[in-house]
Design a protein around this ligand. Structure first.
Ligand SMILES: [Zn+2]
Length: 455
């Protein structure tokens, strides 16, 4: 099939519809009656369903948790799973993040690449197949979630309360091309320990990010020792020491990164602990520092917990994302992502045995099972084929990732698109935008992929 003419015709309205959807601020807000995630996500869902209906598709709204846009006939179902909520704009924008501005060949705004742009692109791909009267043997259903960026309650409601027909095969256009065939299982947990003396230490902000700063208060009398430990450390530039009255604040600087890519970061808490080990401290603080440095240290692959393991989907990674003291207890927020050869219960066993007898308590915060669809499956091969046919890129291989998308909530689902290898990743960052030349490739890939999977 040659869709060239249809693609050319679709580009202007496609850009306009992405821009319009990006003008709706769909950051999760306060729940309202009938709007579990607030007004923004509900408004974005309504707008997307309206657009689908205007193209002649069947639509359904499940209580403003999830919506469907469906096309075609047939017993079997191809699912496309995306989301319409977005993360907050954050600082550093040169344009209005909610302006939906089209300037020349670029659409600016939060959501252009994550995930409104990809969702609307899939909708247009479906419209092209309909307009071209292509005969499909599977129905195609776009499944639209509205709180992916927070806690995935929308998909939980959809799967548990709506109990929908599940697709035979599916993909989620919520990351990058070519295909993510494996996503690591994830375990977020908290370690706590009672303290018998006051320790003022803090660092990091969340389970799933590498702390970019950490600090501890020590007696000012330790200044000379602290300064000489910094000088000895070989990493003097990472540390700062400031005296304030009878206290001293020792801080460490790190490099923030997402827990799926620990190797891009440098953990400030770990470097603070490394320096503390070299100071004349005793009591609880000495025990905390020794525990940390033997179990976590500055490793990222779980070496200190005896968890180092790896397979074709990559190595296990272990991150301490936050440290603080509250109610006389030290808290460590940890995030572990494991290759498909290990599942959550095995990881828990390893952690429990590594902390046995140390006085630390283990509590699970949240878990996600892994996603794995073999690279030689029909689904992965078909999607790779569509990507290669359009882009000519035969170098890029299917990807295993530490990230988490809705793909893992649905059986036989992989992550497909939409960032291209030469496209800058602006998801969750300032100045998120989408260029027409990239969008056109997205659309061509999606038309080909949906056609191949549903024909
Ligand atoms: Zn997303």
């Amino acid at each position: 099939m040659d869709f060239t003419h249809y693609i050319a015709e679709a580009m202007n309205p496609l850009m306009a519809d992405i821009a319009a959807l990006c003008r709706i601020n769909s950051v999760q807000g306060e729940a309202q009656p009938g709007m579990p995630f607030g007004e923004g996500p509900a408004a974005a869902l309504e707008a997307a369903l309206k657009l689908g209906a205007s193209m002649g598709f069947r639509t359904e709204n499940f209580d403003n948790y999830v919506g469907h846009i469906e096309y075609g006939e047939g017993q079997e179902l191809l699912g496309i799973v995306g989301h319409l909520d977005v993360v907050p704009a954050g600082d550093g924008w040169d344009r209005d993040p909610w302006g939906g501005e089209i300037d020349g060949d670029v659409i600016w705004g939060r959501g252009t690449t994550d995930d409104k742009g990809p969702v609307v692109t899939c909708l247009y791909a479906l419209k092209i197949l309909k307009d071209a009267s292509v005969k499909l043997s599977r129905r195609v259903r776009l499944i639209l979630g509205t709180n992916e960026e927070t806690n995935w309650d929308c998909m939980a409601y959809y799967l548990k309360e709506v109990k929908p027909e599940l697709p035979t095969v599916a993909f989620s256009p919520d990351s990058r091309f070519p295909v993510i065939y494996a996503e690591k299982a994830m375990l977020q947990f908290v370690l706590t320990r009672d303290l018998s003396e006051a320790i003022e230490i803090e660092g990091g902000s969340a389970f799933n990010s590498v702390p970019s700063s950490a600090r501890i208060k020590l007696p000012a009398a330790m200044e000379a020792e602290v300064r000489s430990a910094i000088a000895r450390s070989g990493d003097a530039a990472l540390y700062a020491c400031e005296v304030d009255g009878d206290q001293l604040i020792l801080s460490a600087a790190g490099v923030g990164a997402h827990a799926a890519r620990l190797y891009d970061g440098r953990n400030a808490v770990s470097y603070l602990m490394k320096l503390l080990a070299d100071l004349p401290i005793g009591g609880d603080l000495r025990e905390v520092v020794d525990f940390y440095n033997t179990r976590f240290g500055t490793w990222i692959y779980g070496e200190g917990m005896g968890m180092k393991i790896s397979d074709e989907t990559g190595p296990l990674t272990l991150n301490v994302g936050k440290i603080f003291v509250r109610g006389g207890k030290l808290h460590l927020y940890c995030d572990c992502r494991m290759p498909i050869c290990m599942e959550v219960p095995q990881a828990e066993e390893k952690i429990k045995s590594a902390i046995a007898g140390t006085g630390y308590d283990y509590r699970v915060q949240s878990t996600e099972g892994s996603l794995y669809v073999p690279q030689d499956s029909a689904l992965v091969r078909t999607l790779m084929g569509a990507y290669q046919k359009v882009t000519g890129d035969t170098e890029s291989r299917p990807i295993a990732s530490g990230g988490a998308t809705y793909s893992r909530t649905i059986p036989n689902c992989v992550t497909f698109g939409c960032l291209l290898p030469d496209q800058e990743d602006l998801m969750h960052k300032a100045n998120e935008c989408l260029e027409r030349r990239h969008l056109e490739i997205w659309l061509r890939i999606m038309v080909e992929a949906i056609y191949q999977l549903a024909k």
